[in-house]
Design a binder for this molecule. Structure first.
Ligand code: ARG
Length: 467
């Protein structure tokens, strides 16, 4: 018997080479989560204090035991925060590491803390608290990014640039208006964050393993002590649910997708060919071989982080998709995805905020580009409809001929003479030149949400009142 025992403990000859002591070590390695869930220490301690306080309030444990538990947990909190705490992988996870230390510190009273509780509701609570706090940090970070864009938009409400479709010059717009497009995007991200906070604002603690408990606990009391709107309503769902993590990841993936599009524009705009912006030294790097280069590395890395964040969302969706109710250990794989995505998202928002605040806008280059590519052709067509009474389709055709003539003469539409234009359509008058400049074009687009500087200023004011 002793022999066969030592047999299983020794390293397996076929595949155990890197393991010191056979299957036990492998089990420990695949099972332990302490390497990453130690990030939840503060939430775990907060949850345990609320739980112990409720147990004592309900007469389930004595007041003396509760005091010992709370004191011990606070001691552990400072041990962890000062770096003295020794984590043990043998104790698997943050919950058992803390509970074992509590037993060393206060003795048998520590064993009463886990009354009417399971690690299943405990981990659901800790993780939910962490994600909720991360969502609050995300909300603040997005508010900073929105503020950066509002400032740039205000500064450049009149700065004309080409607007693109298919990355081909389409119509003149203002840089302020383009900035406000990102304000809308990040504003939607932020409202998704706010909804998610509301959505997940229910306390899991007290669901126990999956069925609830026979002890006379007060789940409303723990919920309000932990800052939740109330307790969750179904104990099976409570320990099976990771929607809050999936919601965080999907919000992060959408926000990262927005940032990736911005990053792509920054990469394009900062090329010598476009030259719309100059990145600050703080957010670019040089090349080790080509002295003339200034590379938009920060923007490129934000673009790349999006791949990573999207990957986390898909990974967790895939972990969850086939799980029967209620808890399965698969769910332990939720945390690294969320922690990694959260770190990437925080970094990406901070880098974007810095880039937007620091970049130099080259208004001359933007304006020159806005005027090329016959960007005011639609204005000519609109003028023909408005002033000469042409149906839009005819006006479109006449304008196409004017563009062809300008192309032939290698000049802009505004450089064609009145005779040139009248040769194409006799009802064109000199007044047409009022709409052929890029400034006139943007000033004319006064429809709600349009690019006219005054309209852009209205949108800035609307957002300022809400940021
Ligand atoms: N470390 C585990 C996790 O992250 C805690 C819950 C363990 N529960 C269990 N029944 N083994 O999911």
């Amino acid at each position: 018997m002793a022999d066969s025992n030592s047999e299983t403990k020794s390293s397996n000859q076929m595949w155990g080479g890197r393991f010191a002591s056979g299957p036990d070590a492998i089990m420990e390695e695949i099972n332990a989560s302490i390497g990453f869930d130690k990030k939840l220490y503060a939430q775990d301690i907060r949850g345990s204090i609320a739980h112990a306080t409720m147990l004592s309030h309900q007469g389930i444990i004595s007041a003396e035991d509760k005091d010992k538990i709370v004191h011990g947990l606070n001691t552990i909190l400072s041990e962890i925060e000062s770096g003295e705490f020794e984590y043990s992988r043998r104790l698997e996870d943050i919950h058992m590491n803390i509970e074992a230390r509590l037993a060393t510190l206060i003795g048998p009273a520590a064993g009463r803390l886990h009354t009417a509780r399971s690690r299943n509701d405990q981990v659901a609570l800790d993780f939910r608290l962490w994600v909720k706090e991360e969502l609050q940090r995300t909300e603040t970070a997005l508010t900073g990014l929105i503020a950066a864009f509002l400032d740039r938009a205000e500064e450049h409400a009149e700065t004309v640039m080409p607007g693109f479709t298919h990355l081909q010059t389409a119509q003149p717009v203002t840089f302020g208006h383009h900035c406000m497009a990102y304000v809308e995007m990040f504003g939607r991200d932020r409202s998704r964050v706010r909804h998610a906070i509301e959505h997940m604002d229910e306390s899991p603690i007290g669901a126990a393993a999956l069925a609830g408990t026979g002890f006379p606990i007060d789940r409303h009391m723990t919920a309000s002590a932990l800052g939740f709107a109330g307790p969750t309503r179904n104990s099976i769902d409570t320990v099976s649910d990771r929607d809050f993590a999936l919601e965080f990841l999907s919000i992060a993936a959408i926000a990262a997708t927005h940032m990736s599009r911005l990053a792509e524009e920054i990469v394009i705009w900062s090329t010598p060919q476009f030259g719309f912006i100059r990145l600050s030294d703080a957010f670019s790097t040089g090349s080790s071989i080509m002295p003339q280069k200034k590379n938009p590395d920060a923007a490129e890395l934000v673009r790349a982080k999006t791949g990573r964040i999207n990957g986390s969302l898909i990974a967790l969706l895939t972990v969850m998709k086939g799980l029967p109710l209620a808890y399965s250990k698969d769910m332990q794989e939720d945390k690294e995805q969320v922690f990694d995505a959260a770190e990437s998202l925080e970094l990406a928002v901070a880098a974007m905020t810095g880039m937007v605040r620091d970049m130099t806008i080259r208004a001359d280059r933007m304006k020159a580009a806005a005027g090329s590519g016959y960007s005011t052709a639609t204005d000519l067509a609109d003028w023909l409809v408005r002033e000469a009474g042409l149906p839009f389709r005819d006006a479109h055709h006449v304008t196409g001929r004017a563009v062809a003539l300008a192309e032939q003469k290698t000049c802009d539409l505004a450089d064609l003479s009145l005779e040139d234009l009248q040769s194409i359509h006799p009802s064109i008058t000199a007044k047409v030149f009022d709409v052929l400049t890029v400034e006139a074009s943007v000033a004319s687009r006064t429809s709600f949400g349009g690019t006219a500087p005054n309209e852009v200023r209205k949108q800035i004011a609307w957002w300022r009142a809400r940021n």
